[in-house]
Design a protein around this ligand. Sequence first.
Ligand code: HEC
Ligand code: HEC
Ligand code: HEC
Ligand code: HEC
Length: 106
Amino acid sequence: MKKLLILLTATILVSSIATIVVAVTNGPAEIKFTPKMGTVTFDHTAHQSLTDCSTCHHTGDYAQCKSCHGINPKAVKAKDAYHKTCKDCHKEMAKGPTRCRECHIK
Ligand code: HEC
Ligand code: HEC
Ligand code: HEC
Ligand code: HEC
């Protein structure tokens, strides 16, 4: 009985750790950017099935873009980093918004 209890507790512990890890690696399902230009609603989960993580997270880690862009002088301004990543792909694939007001909703 005692063994069973220990096993059960261990199983619960392991599975709850696994859940936390999955949530952290995939990031938020939806990300809302709120610049003055107008809110951009980005469906992170949908985009994850369109391309590899590294298309956007090009440094191999999942740090926020603005932790480098706008800070590291070698990295382009954050606005250009987003526009280049997002708009260029939409243009290339001829799918997804490319006009200002299709992304920035007031
Ligand atoms: C189409 C572009 C794109 C793809 C593909 C993508 N992401 Fe993201 N992801 C983003 C953007 C943009 C953010 C928000 C970053 C920010 O706030 O600066 C983000 C945020 C995250 C965060 C949260 C970072 C933080 O500290 O707030 C994690 C974790 C993450 N992504 C993991 C992943 C994983 C894992 C994959 C692949 C399965 C993936 N992403 C695919 C664009 C993308
Ligand atoms: C750890 C720092 C770091 C993070 C985090 C980071 N970048 Fe970058 N990024 C750079 C540096 C440095 C460059 C310029 C050198 C290079 O191309 O690698 C760059 C280049 C780029 C370029 C190419 C610009 C050009 O004109 O060729 C794009 C686009 C870009 N980043 C988008 C993003 C996006 C979107 C995110 C967040 C999902 C992000 N980056 C996260 C450091 C970073
Ligand atoms: C790998 C190419 C690619 C990248 C990179 C990419 N997208 Fe997209 N995006 C698409 C495609 C393809 C669609 C259309 C999906 C569909 O119609 O099913 C789309 C659709 C969208 C939509 C419209 C969704 C809807 O419900 O109508 C928005 C908004 C969007 N993307 C924002 C962004 C933002 C913001 C970024 C950058 C952080 C980004 N995308 C990066 C390919 C990309
Ligand atoms: C594919 C979606 C998309 C399209 C199309 C787009 N943008 Fe953006 N834009 C973004 C994202 C994402 C950001 C980053 C917002 C942030 O940093 O919080 C951004 C940031 C900006 C910023 C910087 C805001 C700030 O406060 O730093 C300006 C200005 C801007 N966009 C103007 C435009 C204009 C003008 C157009 C049309 C020529 C346009 N955008 C088209 C997604 C888009």
